[in-house]
Structures are given as C-alpha cells and as structure tokens.
Design a protein around this ligand. Sequence first.
Ligand code: NAD
Length: 277
Amino acid sequence: MHGKLEGKVALVSGSGRGIGRAIALKLASEGARLVVNDLDAGPAEDTAAAIRAAGGQALVCAGSVTAPDFGERFVGAAVDAYQGLDIIVNNAGYTWDGVIQKMSDEQWYAILDCHLTAPFRILRAAQPRIRALTRAEADAGRRVVRKVVNVSSVAGLFGNAGQANYSVAKAGITGMTMTLAKEWGRLNVTVNCVAFGLIHTRLTASTADAGGQARIDGRDIRLGVNPELMAAMERSIPLGRAGTAEEAAGAVYLLCLPESDYISGQTLMCSGGLTGI
Ligand SMILES: NC(=O)c1ccc[n+]([C@@H]2O[C@H](COP(=O)([O-])OP(=O)(O)OC[C@H]3O[C@@H](n4cnc5c(N)ncnc54)[C@H](O)[C@@H]3O)[C@@H](O)[C@H]2O)c1
C-alpha cells in the first residue's frame, strides 16, 4: 500500500476499539504494516480484517498489556513477522475512577500497571531491537527516524476529580516521554505524547446507554460518563463538542509523519481547544 508511511512497521496497543482502532486504520491507510493488540482476539481481529479489506497488512498480538511478558511478545511479533519496528503507539487503557478516600490499592495499581508500567515494559523490550536496527542502518550509510507516541490525557496535565490513579499514570507517561526523548535521540527515535481531551468512545459513552461494562484483567470495570457531566464537559470545549476517534487518531498520525522528524519530547493536546479542566 502506498502512502506517507509506506513499509513502516507500526505497533498500536488497545487497537481493537476506539482511538486505537482509528490510529491503526489511519497508519495502515498510509502504508504502514500493523501489529494490532487488544485484550481479546475478537476486536483485534476485526481491526486487522478491516485493514486487510482495505488492502493493508496487519497481524494480531492479543492479550493484556499488563502481562509481564507482553512487551517482549508485542515487539517480537513485529520483528519476527515484518523484520522491522518503526512506530510504537502506547494507547491501551481504561479508567477505574473513585475519590481518593474510596480508592483501593488494587484500583490504584491496576491503572498504573496499564497506563504506565505496560508502556515502560514495551519500550524497554523495544530498545535492543531498535538499537540493532539503527546500527545496521548506520553501517549501511542510512538514517531512519523511528517514532514513539504515548497516549496521555488532559487529566494527566490538569488533574481530574475522581481520577487520582489515572491522572498520576497519565502524568507519569509524559515524564517517561521526555526521558526517552533524551535517551533515544541518538537512536533517531522521536518520542512524543498526545494528551486527549474528551473523545467519543466506549470509555466516554453515556452511562445512560447499555453496555458500559468491560472485563479487564479479570475484573468487571464500569465504563462511561454520566450524561449530564458529559454535556457540561462538552460545553466547556472551545470547539463546542467532543472529538471523534478519527480526529484523535489524526493527532497521533501527525507525530508519526516524516514532517515531524525534528519534534521530540513533546506533549500535544488534542482537546478541541480545551486548555484546562
Ligand atoms: N476517550 C477519551 O475521551 C480519552 C481521553 C483521554 C485519554 N484517553 C486515552 O485514550 C486511550 C484509548 O481509549 P479509548 O477512549 O479509545 O477507549 P476504548 O475503551 O474505546 O478503547 C480502549 C481499548 O483498549 C483496550 N484495553 C484496555 N485495557 C487493555 C489492556 N490491559 N491490554 C490491552 N488492551 C486493553 C480495550 O479493550 C479497548 O479496546 C486510553 O489510553 C485512554 O486512557 C481517552
């Protein structure tokens, strides 16, 4: 498939639904070969099938990003199948909210595991592979720029009541982004973050609708946002509405393009103009 990312190998965690799926479809539509991940094979296979139906290439690496061996498995799947590793998007995630006095240790660590420890392990597993590829390219007189895009949230930048666990994890990923931008600059890897505001997905679906429950890492997690709160949040967005998954994917795509090769260590807000909550 031709496009701006032709031949690139891209890994997107949590790409069976929502923003991750839109990112995978966008990158594939520009020629990237995808490794699709989600908790269960079903949604991941759906995304991979949509990519293939559009003429792209995709394989599935199913399972929870929180499994200790997941990083090695995810990165290994890309290198084994495609002999490359160019773009890593750490997107998988969910919320498990509660005010601090009611937040259990389990709730705290579950969210840190998913949004912070999992990206850490994926990026740690990727480093030796990227280093080997970079060395081989240097020996061949070539310079290839690789991309990491971590997904954060306005909750991580400004805080959000009821989200001590999530806002800490999403703030932490911006710190990891800045650090890896410094560690990996010499490997020609740009490392950036996109902090989303309010995006319409299952995560932010109205709790008035059915189906706001997901089985994640052996727990039943209630998802969704109270409709009145949602309406109030939408009113506070300068563009006057929540974003779509495709609009969210566009922000990640910008940081995967060759045109962004000299941008690293940054957090881009994709929030319809919202600059605080
Ligand atoms: N929707 C928003 O308004 C919003 C705002 C800020 C940040 N975000 C972030 O964007 C990312 C994507 O969220 P979304 O809105 O698309 O939600 P979503 O629920 O539509 O999609 C998230 C996907 O991640 C998967 N997932 C969750 N835990 C996983 C795990 N442990 N291992 C593998 N896959 C897992 C889910 O199964 C799901 O398919 C998340 O990191 C979220 O925190 C979303």
